[in-house]
Design a protein around this ligand. Structure first.
Ligand code: PEP
Ligand code: MG
Length: 579
């Protein structure tokens, strides 16, 4: 009998395959006390397991297919670096000695402590690093326990496609999927911002996560349809359902082929409105993928990745070199966002530890942290301004909530500029400074902010979280995360209107901009600059080419003035439905 299951779709597309359940997330970890004389042997056993884990990862790295985006190898490199980190090596050895316990117990203790630290972090990206700690520790634990996952055999030519169903899926698992005939995955845990989700999107592997109990509910070897667009899985589909999804899959393939032909076409709507499509990038390697997708530039470069998975902070020279490299490889203008870290940064940098705040997302993060720690900000701004000599660079300030905050940051940037000029350092001529609009207060006071900022970029990921009071990484309340909520749409419109009136450009760089279901609605709200993950760019472009912007604007303007709930529902549904 067919069974519908619902989770969170984190990587789009339809896939059909046989269930292959991966067991073993739940390792049974023994704990026992050792005699003093056994300690050195236990430590050697731990170090050997660690070396073996590194060998495994290096082997996986070698198997990455040629032409795969650079960021993929970076995920493995991150895990390799973590395996060498003192927190995963010497700290565990110290625990073995201190507690006279076996290596598995010491590693579990250290893993849990590290995961607890990451879980408290304010920045959602850093919080997902908890998964990395878990993946790396589990790999070593499996080796110690002699419970290594059997890599699924390479499929023969006639082998049937499989869908991996697991408690959690690591980036290393995902890299091997295409070669192993795995066409999609379902995970019981995880969210759209995890490394695994980002990777699945980059590789085009449909994925649904947060599907609790999936391994209990799905039977080994039964057929399952994974609908990454809607976050559904359909087990044991009947003839008709299967036919429906096969047709849908075929349509998606045809569409993808057709989309590739749009790469070099200018982005102009049916009624002649010119729209700019930009890319969001995280790692220096992403710049190439951005250019290949036909993006006109970069609308969001998230710099916090430079600060992650390391001890201490990057100094000005290191940052300058990294930014200059990215700027050099981007075609067109690049908007670089200054640090968007949370109260968590002390952990790695050795700065003073303060107690974990109760609501980290509402705490000392992004620009607030930079203003509180001007030296941290100054080093980054100096590096950015120096790198701006190499291209068309704009600086963007995250999480601005008031004019005062923007002006204070602006003053620090001006000071850094003056300092560099005194030192005869080369910097870009007119580096524009803009504000991210991701706090409701900023959207509501956008007309005031627009008198100071040279541009706006709407960060819908946070704007939705703060407007609807929903923690964006908490899968318990994920069902309430609604980009189409009237309050969210009104705030987007307010921001765009303020930009239009002040004559400054307004872009959107949150996930909403890269989802083609929302393209027509956003055009109707007056958006003319979309910045997104490069993988989604052509679909959005396609939607724009087929749109009549004038008509959409009329419809959306009427909608925003309406107090009729039914009118809202019907119009929003009509504008967001995709053929
Ligand atoms: C956003 O909030 O929409 C955004 C683009 O920033 P981040 O996802 O990095 O918080
Ligand atoms: Mg944000």
């Amino acid at each position: 009998m067919s069974l519908w299951l619902s989770g969170i779709g984190v990587s789009r597309g339809i896939a059909i395959g046989r269930v292959q359940r991966m067991h073993g997330g739940d390792l049974d970890i023994p704990e026992y006390t050792l005699a003093e004389s056994e300690l050195e042997r236990e430590i050697a056993r731990f170090r050997e397991a660690q070396q073996r884990a590194k060998q495994q990862l290096r082997k996986i790295r070698e198997q990455i297919p040629h032409g795969t985006p650079g960021e993929i190898a970076a995920f493995i490199d991150t895990h390799l670096l973590m395996l060498d980190d003192r927190s995963m090596t010497e700290a565990v050895v110290a625990l073995i000695r201190e507690h006279r316990c076996n290596a598995e117990a010491a590693l579990r203790r250290q893993r849990d402590a590290l995961m607890a630290v990451f879980e408290q972090m304010d920045d959602p990206y850093l919080r997902t690093r908890r998964d990395d700690v878990e993946h790396v520790a589990t790999r070593v634990l499996r080796i110690l326990l002699k419970q290594e996952k059997e890599a699924p055999a390479m499929p023969g030519a006639s082998a049937e496609p499989t869908v991996m169903v697991a408690d959690d899926v690591t980036p290393a698992d995902i890299i091997l999927m295409p070669q192993q005939g795995v066409v999609a995955f379902i995970a019981e845990y995880g969210g759209p911002l995890s490394h695994s989700a980002i990777l699945a999107r980059s590789l085009g592997i449909p994925a649904v996560v947060g599907l609790h109990n999936a391994r209990r509910l799905l039977r080994e070897d039964e057929w399952v349809v994974v609908d990454g667009d809607r976050g559904h899985a359909l087990a044991d589909p009947d003839e008709r359902a299967l036919q429906f999804f096969c047709d849908k899959q075929q349509r998606q393939r045809d569409t993808r082929r057709a989309l590739d032909r749009l790469k070099d076409r200018p982005t102009v709507s049916r009624d002649g409105v010119r729209i700019r499509l930009l890319a969001n990038i995280e790692l220096p390697e992403d710049a190439q993928q951005a250019a290949e997708s036909g993006a006109e530039g970069v609308g969001l470069y998230r710099t916090e990745f430079l600060y992650m998975n390391r001890q201490g902070l990057p100094d000005e020279e290191e940052q300058y070199a990294a930014y200059a490299r990215v700027i050099g490889s981007v075609q067109g203008p690049i908007t670089i966002r200054t640090l968007d870290l949370g109260a968590d940064k002390q952990v790695d940098s050795g700065r003073s530890q303060s107690p974990t705040p109760n609501n980290p997302a509402l705490g000392l993060r992004a620009i607030r942290l930079c203003l509180k720690e001007p030296e941290l900000f100054r080093v980054q701004v100096r590096a950015l301004l120096r790198a701006s000599a190499h291209g068309n660079v704009k600086l963007m300030l995250p999480m601005i909530s008031s004019v005062q905050e923007f002006r204070q940051a602006r003053r620090l940037i001006d000071d850094a500029r003056a300092e560099l000029l005194r030192e005869n350092k080369k910097i870009g001529e007119d580096v524009e400074v803009g504000a991210m609009i991701e706090v409701p207060a900023a959207a509501i006071s956008a007309p005031l902010l627009a008198r100071h900022a040279r541009f706006f970029s709407i960060g819908t990921n946070d704007l939705i979280q703060y407007t609807l009071a929903i923690d964006r990484v908490d899968d318990e309340v994920n069902y309430l995360y609604d980009p189409l909520h009237p309050a969210v749409l009104q705030l987007i419109r307010l921001t765009i209107q303020a930009g239009e009136q002040a004559g400054i450009p307004v872009a959107m760089c949150g996930e909403m901009a890269g989802d083609p279901r929302y393209t027509r609605l956003l055009l109707g709200l007056g958006l003319t600059e979309f910045s997104m993950h490069p993988a989604g760019l052509l679909e959005v472009k396609n939607a724009i080419l087929q749109s009549d912007v004038g008509d959409l604007r009329r419809r959306v303007t009427q909608l925003l003035q309406s107090t009729d709930g039914r009118h809202w529902r019907e119009t929003v549904e009509a504008l967001t439905s995709i053929a």
